[in-house]
Ligand binder design. Structure first.
Ligand code: PEP
Ligand code: MG
Length: 861
């Protein structure tokens, strides 16, 4: 789909006359130039990132080499990407391997989205610190979209920052013409929105982030309604539904490349292929349906119903949270003063959120930190700032103008029929209130909750939830929200039972009313029978004692009473999980879901970035083994920058290793990073979704080629996930090809029972304890053993205490489990003899249902 000109389209001939043919980049630093080929890092020397040149710096502030828009400032502060008005993407990377410094020594002077002119400071750095802590200070300037450049003319010798030309680029044919279209208003062809839940928060954020890469003013238009395509809240405010017809309108120097890039992304669903992200094992996660569900109502006056938001039982007393309105004065001082006031308050709020994130990351809680990162993004949303600005221009105070802006947007979001969008209104109110409190000097703290509180609130904001006093608040219920809200996600990460969407009469309950909240059922029982309270209290006490005992023994190995050692390792998504697993007794990593490194980004991680991450996790593990699973996306796990064709049955489509084989350059980059990190660390490489022998043979061929190219040894063992029934059935043949198997029971169950693992009605039935699945596990172990190979289990079943003795009895050697369940799984192994486990496994294989299997291993609590 090509964008076409608006009513006043310029003829091709006219464009030719004013076309820009070359771009001159000024030196971003004082220094001496060096050809890229001479940089002692293959990633740059072999121009894997792009062509350009390197500078040996003599100054300490990286300056913009030309005008452009900053599209990315690396979290570690050592690299920045700039897009010129001609659509040339420039990456500037200070030093070599400086990502490992994790921000130390760097002070970014701009943020993504900033528009800069030649000579603007981008990143200040401490050359002394880098000289002693990094491999090299050499700074690279490379074009990452080289297809837009026909030739590079680097300068040589000493250059002065902002004065001397360091690199001249001849633009590729066609690019110059596009650039000349500057100033024209372009309208794209109509696009039908394919996203099943419309442009909800995630695709809207992807669109806004993509649009922010361009200087052009970009609008998304449906009928007579339009919104700024760089504003997340404005896009969400249009409530664009599946099937809606929209066009993009762009005006400005880079309007044409903007539309050329955005239109296909929009048409392809902005990385949202129609499936909700996969929940972890169905037994532990609350499944969420994007469609608004009818509110549950109870006929029993003593029982209030809502939606399960976070599992668990709690007994306590009602305490209602009342939030005071913040008073604001309508009339302001002169607009420039009010504007300054608002800017200062926004800066302070950004700092508060930064500190909150740092604290949460310190507590190894990246999911919660990410929510506040999203709040930070809202603070810079042009849609909000435009409204506030125009109110200030009319003489209103900063507080009044800001409140008007965020409440208007929040109300329009809350009214939307799309529940996912409506729930984001709460995030907007939260961040809005934070700024308002700063502007008016109002403290945000509420009175402390009494002990044994079951908190009831109209709505809780993510900030409220993060501040909850966990020693007093046992659980909470909100009238608003749903299972997909950020509050529910936070509650689950805090292990706090919660109910969302509770019947509004909950707000009329008197403080102190005794209640039982059941987060798994989504209910609140009033004035419960004392015997019931006693039963739940005893149960909880026993569970707490058991947890404490398990934890006390967590560092001991998992050995059955007759001496069979089982390796208990962790399933992780990144460095934080690895660090958390060690004090809980983790003996290594059985599954690094490497796709987490690829999510929430606008471009794939580079080989160097991956190498740095894998190495740093391996360092933390300090000699313990780690299995890195190669990228497992597609189907249920879409990626924003890897638009995949819409598929009728994504779970049966280009998923897992099939993407790696379809787009080998992505897999090759990852394989190289793993092989390099494997030198000196105990790493294993594992491939997801293997169904045929051809697939594993192709992948092995690819690995061998990269091994030979890198000249590394065969230290990294290779394995496959057994998660497609075909791999289990042909286990013996597969075992001849690899060093180990790891069984993915989540997918193996879905494919064996033909039940979608995320389906709200089927998820509960898709129990991996089904004897059909256990039979396949038995076959897998038999095939592997016959060829002298070992088998682990990394699916959710390994974390299920009832399944542990059965898996041990079936001959599984390694259990890779969720980090919090490591102590309990180890304790469960110690509670049986191998002979008992084998007897249980033999019985389990002959049962006719998952329930019958579970009855063989009753839990004693
Ligand atoms: C599985 O399928 O069991 C598994 C561990 O992989 P994932 O849950 O990441 O698909
Ligand atoms: Mg899987």
């Amino acid at each position: 789909m090509q964008p076409h000109g608006g009513g006043d389209a310029t003829s091709h001939h006219q464009i030719e006359e004013i076309a820009v043919r070359t771009i001159e980049l000024k030196a971003p630093l004082d220094g001496v130039t060096l050809p890229l080929e001479q940089v002692p890092d293959p990633v740059f020397a072999q121009k894997m990132v792009g062509d350009g040149l390197s500078l040996d710096p003599l100054s300490q502030v990286l300056l913009a080499p030309c005008a452009g828009t900053v599209t990315n400032v690396h979290r570690a502060g050592h690299a920045v990407t700039l897009v010129t008005p001609e659509g040339i993407e420039l990456m500037m990377h200070i030093g070599l391997d400086t990502v490992n410094l994790q921000g130390e020594g760097f002070t970014p002077k701009v943020a993504a989205g900033a528009m800069v002119v030649l000579g603007d400071p981008l990143i200040a750095f401490d050359a002394d610190y880098l000289a002693t802590h990094a491999k090299s200070l050499l700074t690279q300037i490379v074009v990452t979209n080289g297809e837009r450049v026909a030739a590079y003319h680097p300068a040589t010798g000493l250059v002065q920052a902002g004065v001397d030309t360091v690199l001249t680029l001849d633009l590729a044919e066609g690019v110059a013409d596009e650039a000349a279209a500057s100033g024209k208003r372009l309208i794209s062809e109509a696009v039908l929105i394919p996203n099943p839940t419309g442009l909800h928060a995630r695709p809207a954020a992807v669109l806004a982030n993509l649009a922010k890469r361009y200087q052009a003013r970009i609008l998304i238009q449906r009928g007579d309604d339009q919104a700024n395509a760089k504003s997340l809240v404005a896009i969400m405010g249009l409530a664009i539904e599946q099937g809606d017809k929209v066009v993009l309108v762009a005006e400005g120097p880079d309007a044409a490349p903007a539309l050329a890039a955005l239109v296909p992304e929009l048409a392809a669903g902005l990385g949202d292929e129609g499936s909700t992200p996969a929940p972890a094992p169905a037994t532990t996660e609350v499944s969420a349906d994007a469609a608004p569900a009818p509110r549950p109502r109870s006929d029993d006056p003593q029982l209030l119903l809502g939606v399960p938001a976070s599992p668990g039982l709690a007994v306590g007393r009602v305490w209602r949270l009342r939030r005071e309105e913040i008073e604001v004065q309508e009339t302001g001082e002169p607009p420039n003063q009010e504007r300054r006031r608002l800017e200062d308050a926004l800066d302070l709020a950004r700092n508060q959120l930064e500190a909150l994130q740092a604290e949460l990351r310190g507590q190894a809680d990246p999911a919660k930190a990410a929510i506040f990162a999203a709040h930070q993004e809202l603070l810079g949303d042009p849609g909000l700032l435009d409204i506030a600005d125009s109110a200030i221009a009319k003489g209103k105070s900063a507080a009044f103008a800001w409140r008007a802006a965020f409440t208007a947007h929040a109300q329009s979001l809350a009214r939307l029929r799309n529940q996912l969008l409506a729930e984001r209104a709460n995030d907007l109110r939260d961040v809005g209130r934070r700024v308002l409190a700063i502007l008016t000097g109002t403290p945000l703290e509420e009175p402390p909750a009494p002990p044994d509180t079951i908190l009831i609130a109209e709505d809780l904001t993510p900030s409220d939830t993060a501040r909850l006093d966990r020693t007093r608040v046992l659980a909470f219920a909100t009238v608003g929200g749903g299972a997909t809200s950020h509050v529910a996600i936070i509650a689950r990460s805090l292990d706090l039972p919660a109910v969302a969407g509770i019947e509004p009469r909950a707000m009329d309950l008197a403080d102190g009313t005794p209640v039982i909240l059941d987060g798994s059922k989504g209910s609140l029982r009033l004035d419960p029978d004392p015997a019931e309270i006693e039963r739940i209290k005893t149960l909880k006490e026993r569970l707490a004692v058991r947890r404490a005992n398990d934890l006390a023994a967590a560092m001991d190995p998992a050995v059955t009473s007759d001496g069979q050692r089982i390796e208990v390792v962790a399933n992780i998504g990144g460095l934080d999980d690895a660090a958390r697993s060690l004090p809980l007794g983790g003996e290594g990593v059985g599954l690094l879901r490497s796709e987490f490194l690829y999510l929430d980004r606008t471009a794939a991680p580079t080989e160097d970035e991956q190498y740095a991450i894998y190495s740093s996790i391996a360092e933390v593990l300090d000699g313990r083994p780690m299995i890195i699973r190669t990228l497992d996306v597609g189907g249920d796990k879409p990626l924003a920058y890897l638009p995949m064709p819409r598929e009728e049955n994504p779970m049966l489509g280009i998923r897992g290793v099939r993407i790696g084989l379809d787009r080998p350059e992505i897999l090759r980059t990852q394989v190289r990073a793993i092989l390099r990190a494997g030198e000196g660390h105990r790493l294993r490489m594992m491939f997801p979704m293997i169904a045929t022998l051809d697939e594993i043979r192709s992948v092995k061929g690819l690995v061998e080629e990269e091994r030979a190219r890198l000249g590394v040894g065969a230290a990294v063992e290779l394995g496959i996930m057994v998660e497609v029934p075909a791999a289990a059935v042909l286990a013996r043949q597969f075992a001849r090809e690899v060093d180990f198997f790891s069984i993915g029971t989540n997918d193996l169950t879905q494919y064996t029972l033909a039940m979608d693992r995320g389906h709200p009605k089927l998820a509960a039935k898709a129990d991996a304890m089904n004897p059909a699945v256990l039979q396949l596990i038995a076959q897998t172990v038999a095939g592997a053993t016959a060829e002298g190979k070992w088998v682990g289990v990394c699916g959710g079943l390994a974390s299920d205490p009832q399944a542990v003795p059965i898996l041990v009895g079936l001959g599984v050697a390694e259990l890779s489990v969720s980090v919090p369940s490591i102590p309990a799984v180890k304790a469960q192994v110690r509670a049986y003899s191998l002979a008992q486990c084998q007897a249980l496994a033999a019985q389990a294989l002959t049962q006719d249902s998952a329930a019958a299997v579970r009855a063989l291993v009753p839990l004693d609590y």
